[in-house]
Design a protein. Structure first.
Lengths: 157, 524
């Protein structure tokens, strides 16, 4: 590659970059100001919550259970994402070298993968993380642990 | 858009695809027996998660601990037998899983080391008072998950695999540190640890991505000089330092050591002892492999046909000197035993880095990475042993301060004597394994003509005598407030005694072990 052609490639990038910056600035601060109608409304200043009317401040403490649910969702979402490509090639693999033994091996691999995730499902299920309304016994155990540690710390201090 | 996908489907030749994929799948299948120890760990992790849910909480520490112990010893036995049955054929080491991990004697040795350390830590957990009334299923499964990461890290020969394994070592330990979640010190240290670890991991993977950009491959072997041809020297230097940062975090080497004392103090003591041996050793194993592929002070051909030489060995030597000096000087002023051992473990990272300096052994009968392997073998018994005694003392008397160790010697003579042996080993005095290990490290450094580094290490050893001997002095020469005998459990006494015996054996009767480590080699 010659020096000149390299600089030309950089020029392409520079033009693209300048265009990107100008495009955004032009659209947001120039064209939209000229074209848009100006209607003052209090509702416009409120937080957008998926179209629902917003209730209270957004600076509140969130329940940790949202986090657990999101985590569980993520795991099983990824599981599906992994299984699709596997399912697509599985039919072709049956006839691969090694014959049906290879197919069985590939099937077992996916089965073990599912089994490991199933252990996770049992875990969240047994711990009651799938029930939104939690029993109070789990919370009592946590409270008891905390008391024990605090009592021990006092002894040591 | 969709049309083009279907159009491609017509070109697709099932026969060729089947042959290629079939051979890949078959090679994966053939590789499976060689990772038997890892598979055992995975199975044990699943069982422990389930058992933690169904076994009554008060029985968990004992029964799940026993299960983990059996699983770890079984995996360790498998690692040794799979490894040794292939040692004759190991003249030509091999890689597994399409070059992702190596199956060489270096990896086998470190796997056995981690699994043994894990077994000791499980016993320490049983002896510790810190987990009374806790659900232990998660604890043991996280511990085993982290050990699985250690095993993979010691064998990883691919940059992506190194990063994945490093995170698999780190992430479970963040949770282990905060296992007593109501403990304020643990919360503080776990937060520091997690933030520090994520940043170090991010920095490291940025460096690895630069190497990928330079070489076009994620394999460690591609880091050799030839494939770097045409690389910009500045980029190589920056990428090298970024990756060093990730390893230095795991090894607790200056300047990435800040998490170490806080986490060691805040974590439950068995977790501290795990961090100080297994996860540190895993970092060193990966670093040795990386440095071997990366080359120490070799020529890099840069754009324009010129070549430059980057003396990485100088960088490592300076880091080693700074790390050991910093660790020792900071340890002098500590009152908390855990914190003191934290700084001492930073100092030991410095000593061990000397082995990396002397890695390309020129004349010695023991090369640098072999000296590191031997030092870790004795460090395992010395450090884990010291922590075991610290756990027993903390459980029986609640004492974690060096001041409160006064007069402990006559109250628990055998265990205090063993602690003295461990501490003498950590100083590096004969007749302990610490002396033999340090002797080897110094020897490889001197053979490399890094005399200044050897002198710094010698001065540091002299400094370290003060703070280690202070504990021994407090235990035996000072008078304590109580003279009551401290209860001994058969398990605790036998584990401590065995470790002390091993420290002495490695110091006096070390030739069989030196024979083993001289047979260690790794894929390069």
């Amino acid at each position: 590659m010659t020096m000149a052609s390299m600089y030309f490639d950089y020029a392409n990038v520079a033009v693209f970059f300048v265009f990107a910056v100008v495009f955004v600035i032009l659209n947001i601060s120039v064209i939209s100001v000229i074209l848009r109608p100006t209607v003052e409304n209090d509702q416009k200043d409120t937080t957008y919550e998926c179209g629902e009317p917003s209730v209270g401040s957004s600076w509140v403490r969130f329940d940790m259970r949202f986090y657990t649910v999101a985590l569980v969702f993520l795991i099983f979402d990824v599981e599906v994402a992994f299984l699709y490509p596997w399912a697509v090639v599985f039919k072709d693999l049956r006839g691969a070298i090694g014959g049906s033994a290879t197919g069985v091996f590939v099937f077992l691999e996916a089965a073990i993968f599912l089994l490991i995730l199933f252990v996770g499902l049992i875990y969240v299920w047994k711990r009651g993380d799938l029930d939104w309304v939690k029993s109070s016994s789990a919370q009592e155990v946590d409270a008891r642990q905390r008391q024990m540690i605090e009592a021990k710390d006092e002894v040591r201090l | 858009m969709f049309q083009s996908v279907f159009a491609k489907k017509i070109d697709f030749e099932p026969k060729a695809f089947q042959e290629e994929f079939g051979s890949v799948i078959n090679s994966l299948k053939d590789n499976l027996p060689f990772i038997a120890p890892e598979l055992v760990l995975v199975g044990a992790i699943c069982v422990l998660i389930l058992a933690g849910l169904f076994v009554p909480r008060r029985d968990q520490k004992g029964s799940l601990g026993l299960f983990s112990l059996v699983a770890l010893l079984g995996a360790g036995w498998l690692a040794c037998s799979v490894g040794t049955s292939h040692f004759p054929g190991l003249e030509k080491p091999d890689t597994l899983f399409q070059g992702m991990i190596a199956f060489d004697s270096f990896a086998v040795f470190f796997k056995a080391l981690f699994l043994l350390a894990g077994a000791v830590v499980v016993i320490q957990t049983y002896l510790s008072h810190e987990f009374e009334g806790f659900a232990m299923g998660e604890y043991y499964s996280l511990m085993l998950a982290s050990l699985l990461g250690c095993c993979l890290l010691a064998a990883a020969t691919d940059m992506v695999m190194i990063y994945l394994a490093l995170e698999l070592v780190s992430i479970p330990t963040y949770i282990l540190v905060i296992y007593r979640k109501a403990d304020k010190r643990a919360t503080e240290s776990a937060l520091k640890y997690a933030i520090y670890g994520s940043v170090a991991g991010g920095v490291m993977i940025y460096g690895l991505s630069l190497f990928y950009g330079l070489t076009g491959s994620t394999a460690l072997t591609s880091l050799s000089t030839i494939s770097m041809e045409g690389a910009n020297a500045a980029v190589v230097v920056i990428a090298g330092f970024l990756v060093f940062a990730g390893f230095a975090y795991k090894m607790a080497a200056v300047p990435m050591h800040f998490w170490c004392p806080d986490v060691y103090e805040g974590a439950p003591i068995p977790v501290t002892s795990y961090l100080s041996v297994a996860s540190k050793a895993a970092g060193f194993a990966a670093f040795v492999r990386f440095m071997d592929a990366f080359g120490l002070g070799e020529q890099i051909r840069i754009a324009g046909g010129e070549s430059i030489s980057i003396q990485w060995v100088e960088v490592v030597a300076i880091i080693a000197a700074v790390t050991m000096t910093f660790g020792n000087l900071s340890a002098l002023f500590q009152d908390n035993v855990k914190r003191m051992l934290g700084y001492s473990s930073i100092a030991h990272a410095g000593y061990l880095l000397m082995g990396v300096v002397g890695m390309k052994g020129i004349a010695g009968d023991v090369e640098g990475f072999q000296a590191i392997s031997f030092y870790f073998l004795s460090y395992l018994f010395m450090n884990l042993g010291a922590f075991t005694v610290v756990i027993v003392i903390a459980s029986r008397t609640g004492a974690e301060n060096i001041e409160s160790y006064k007069g402990l010697g006559p109250r628990m003579p055998f265990r205090a004597a063993c602690l003295a042996i461990f501490l003498v080993g950590l100083i590096g005095l004969p007749p302990t394994g610490g002396f033999t290990g340090k002797f080897m490290l110094l020897k490889v450094v001197i053979l490399q003509k890094y005399y200044w580094l050897a002198i710094v290490a010698g001065i540091n050893t002299a400094i370290s005598v003060y703070y280690y001997a202070r504990i021994i002095k407090n235990m035996w020469l000072e008078k304590g407030s109580s003279t009551e005998q401290i209860l001994a459990s058969p398990l605790g006494v036998s584990v401590i005694g065995l470790q002390a015996a091993m420290v002495l054996v490695l110091g006096v009767f070390f030739s069989p072990f030196v024979d083993i480590i001289q047979r260690i080699s790794f894929l390069s």
